[in-house]
Ligand binder design. Structure first.
Ligand code: 5GP
Ligand code: ZN
Length: 115
């Protein structure tokens, strides 16, 4: 999508600190990090949010994104102390970019519940 911020990052039109890519996903550092490790894991193809990842393709995509995030967490050295993967969907959750993204947070003790 031409006017989507994260599609523009995928296309290389907007710079980002990219950590890892696969054919279906991209991981880069959040510009406003809330933890020592705060990455965003996104599909390279535009999907607005988890609620839009439907059917067999959607299920496959969600599985691959989660597995990709877990792989990166291990590579970032987060397996031992743990980490959080969270995705905001819609207004009540505070989703601010309408391109599906998993937040991968780690490197400090995280409180629960989130606000
Ligand atoms: P949301 O609030 O939708 O769950 O998460 C969107 C995230 O995208 C926020 O944590 C925000 O800091 C991050 N973000 C917004 N604009 C940019 C940008 O231009 N580059 C990067 N790397 N992250 C961004
Ligand atoms: Zn997009």
């Amino acid at each position: 999508m031409a006017d989507c911020l994260f599609c523009r990052i995928v296309a290389g039109e907007i710079p980002a600190a990219i950590v890892k890519r696969s054919d279906a996903a991209l991981a880069f550092r959040d510009i406003d990090a809330k933890a020592p490790v705060h990455l965003l894991v996104i599909p390279t193809k535009h999907v607005a949010a988890v609620r839009d990842a439907k059917g067999a393709d959607g299920e496959r995509l969600l599985g691959r994104l989660l597995a990709f995030a877990a792989e990166i967490a291990a590579e970032q050295g987060l397996d031992r102390d743990g980490y959080r993967i969270v995705t905001n969907t819609g207004r009540n959750a505070g989703q601010s970019v309408d391109h599906l993204h998993l937040h991968l947070l780690g490197g400090r003790k995280l409180t629960w519940p989130p606000g």
